[in-house]
Design a protein around this ligand. Structure first.
Ligand SMILES: Cc1ncc(COP(=O)(O)O)c(C=O)c1O
Length: 389
């Protein structure tokens, strides 16, 4: 099989070779259990603490406030269920219509099984929520507001600073899912009134199955997983040492390369859009492209099915995501595109292209060449398109 041309960096990223190199010794020689009281164990423990420091530096946190988890989903569940467990009187959660299922499904679980009331804040056509809507929704029963920093499907950036100030004014916990923001846009927790934040390593060229939860000083919640009291009792279970080491290196590299990658990706996005405009008719971008992170482009091609287009591209060795589905394993239409006000037909004719650090100009040219051909072919079979033109 030829090396695929990869345009799905929001789904996951390839492991950076420096990350792999740093991890390997911890899968072989340095295999100690970090809780052991002899040198092989200490060595693993030290490596974990170094990784914790790198991640804290990346987001402007103190290292003692980072708790390793198995990824973004676990970090989100830990905080949502943890806050819920502590809140016997305040049983109201506010979230947005465009959150990742790791947040939305946890909210629905808390609604169904623990009597929480959930308020879902709508997004505008650019996929951005209005801070005033959150203010109107806050009551004296609100335990938590949870809003993502960057959306995974369209790349819209939320007004996190304003939401944080609002929540603090009302004394409400503010959680932010920053899985798609870290390494893509710079932010410093010292300037944001965020109480907790989730990160995942595999979105920043680190390994899968590792992430972390940041908890601001003074925030105490019960753990999701009980046992040997690793991670100061916040997350029991023998640590994924190699994974954590890889995460730490990925965080360090993300910090060093953030500006370079951002500018490069912005240039590649312009190239992609220019080429699309010159080569293909009748397409539009979902959301407001210039209000988004440059790495995510959600495109709608009228008269075709995004699913068929993605499948044709796959046969040509090009990986893009089907924007219409809530997840690759679900046939439910994307709740994010719905929240933007898109019709079912518009959602079904969309795909998501996400660009990353390894994307090249040649790959963009190849993508547009194949897109043009595939879109034309699909439109030639499409009675709907014949009617449209
Ligand atoms: C915004 C967002 N939150 C959470 C997650 C879940 O992260 P993980 O795969 O590490 O569980 C993802 C993964 O796609 C995501 O995009």
């Amino acid at each position: 099989m030829h090396k695929p041309i990869y345009f799905d960096y929001n789904a996951t990223t390839p492991l950076d070779s420096e990350v792999l190199e740093g991890m390997l010794p911890f899968l072989q020689n340095h295999f100690g259990n970090p809780s052991s009281t002899y040198s092989v164990g200490y060595y693993a423990k030290e490596a974990i603490e170094l990784a914790r420091q790198n991640i804290a530096d990346l987001i402007g946190a103190e290292n003692g406030h980072i708790f390793f988890t198995s990824g973004g989903s676990e970090a989100n569940s830990t905080i949502l269920k943890g806050i819920a467990a502590k809140s016997s009187k305040k049983k109201h959660i506010i979230t947005s219509a465009i959150e990742h299922p790791a947040i939305l499904k946890t909210c629905h679980y808390l609604e169904k099984h623990h009597g929480f009331e959930i308020t879902i804040i709508p997004a505008n056509s650019a996929g951005i929520i209005d801070v005033d809507d959150i203010e109107k929704a806050i009551t004296n029963k609100t335990a938590l507001v949870t809003v993502m920093m960057v959306n995974n499907e369209i790349g819209s950036i939320q007004p996190i600073k304003e939401i944080g100030s609002l929540c603090h004014k009302h004394n409400v916990h503010f959680h932010c899912d920053a899985v798609q923001a870290v390494g893509k846009i710079p932010f410093d927790l010292n300037n944001l009134q965020v109480d907790s934040l989730s990160i995942s390593a595999h979105k920043i060229y680190g390994p899968k199955g590792v992430g972390c939860l940041y908890l601001r000083e003074g925030i105490n919640i019960p753990p999701l997983i009980h046992g040997g009291s690793q991670e100061k009792g916040m997350r029991s279970g023998t640590e994924n040492v190699a994974g954590i080491v890889g995460f730490g290196i990925a965080a360090k590299l993300a910090q060093e390369k953030m500006h370079y990658n951002f500018t490069r990706i912005e240039r590649l996005r312009s190239l992609f859009l220019d080429k699309l405009h010159s080569e293909i008719d009748d397409f539009s971008i979902n959301g407001d492209i210039y209000a988004n992170v440059p790495s995510t482009i959600n495109v709608q091609f009228s008269g075709i099915r995004g699913e068929s287009l993605a499948s044709m591209l796959n046969e040509l060795g090009i990986c893009v995501s089907i924007a219409s589905a809530c997840s690759s394993t679900s046939s439910k239409l994307s709740h994010v595109l719905k929240a933007l006000g898109k019709t079912d037909d518009e959602i079904r004719s969309s795909i998501r292209v996400s660009i990353g650090a390894l994307t090249t100009e040649d790959e963009i040219n190849e993508l547009v060449r194949h897109l043009k051909h595939s879109v034309m072919r699909l439109r030639s079979f499409s009675p709907k398109y014949q009617i449209l033109v």
